[in-house]
Design a protein around this ligand. Sequence first.
Ligand code: ADP
Ligand code: MG
Length: 260
Amino acid sequence: MEPIDSSPATSNITVRRGEPLVVVKDINKHYGELHVLKNINAVVNRGEVVVVIGPSGSGKSTLCRAINRLETIDGGVITIDGVKLPEEGKALAHLRADVGMVFQAFNLFAHKTVLENVTLGPIKVRGLKKADAEKKAMALLDRVGVANQAQKMPAQLSGGQQQRVAIARALAMDPKVILLDEPTSALDPEMINEVLEVMVDLANDGMTMIVVTHEMGFARRAADRVIFMAEGEIVEETSPEEFFTNPQTTRAQDFLSKIL
Ligand code: ADP
Ligand code: MG
């Protein structure tokens, strides 16, 4: 894999860097009696990398899923680039395509080749011709270092390779923002870095990212901001440096003492 390029981003994504892209306003979510998201307010600006961190069960995945409308919310508003998340239908499919999602468990289509995994969305949702979708997919697979695996089935790839395909699949839709929910948690240790390198590369390129991860190295290298969640609330929101060296709340201090 290429060494990390730390040069400033040149992509046109950065032109409008700084405007609010994802706005989460007063959202709440219950599962029966359980109040999983409690009045969450957050803004992710264009080109920003936000790391969400917090104990298991604190609502991190639910928040990600809500932003992609994989989960309904009980109150509040989520807008993506100024557009309120639609309830359903074609509008939702399009808006969802603007919000790339990468899950802990890869979630590739098991019965499609690697290449088909990456071309399917662009053909179906973005209306690309097959040849164009394939050309684009190959470029993305090359970018994440798995172009030579294009004709294989997902199960023939290592976990790290599958996760890189999942990232290429998300990028193929030209998303405005990409959400990665513990993308390295299910990987064997020796594969974590190859996925983190791809993520750092995306961050350097100006991609807007929301990343749920406990990988402090990634947070320090790539994050503009850390959001610490506990029990359905945002408890701290600060720079990675400040969060890891000088956490303000006992909940953050307790959490960090367990993971560091
Ligand atoms: P995290 O990602 O921070 O570990 P989650 O968002 O997955 O947390 O979960 C938050 C809480 O909501 C947990 O207590 C979890 O058990 C509960 N939960 C998550 N999904 C469901 C569901 N589909 N039905 C009921 N409870 C759920
Ligand atoms: Mg989770």
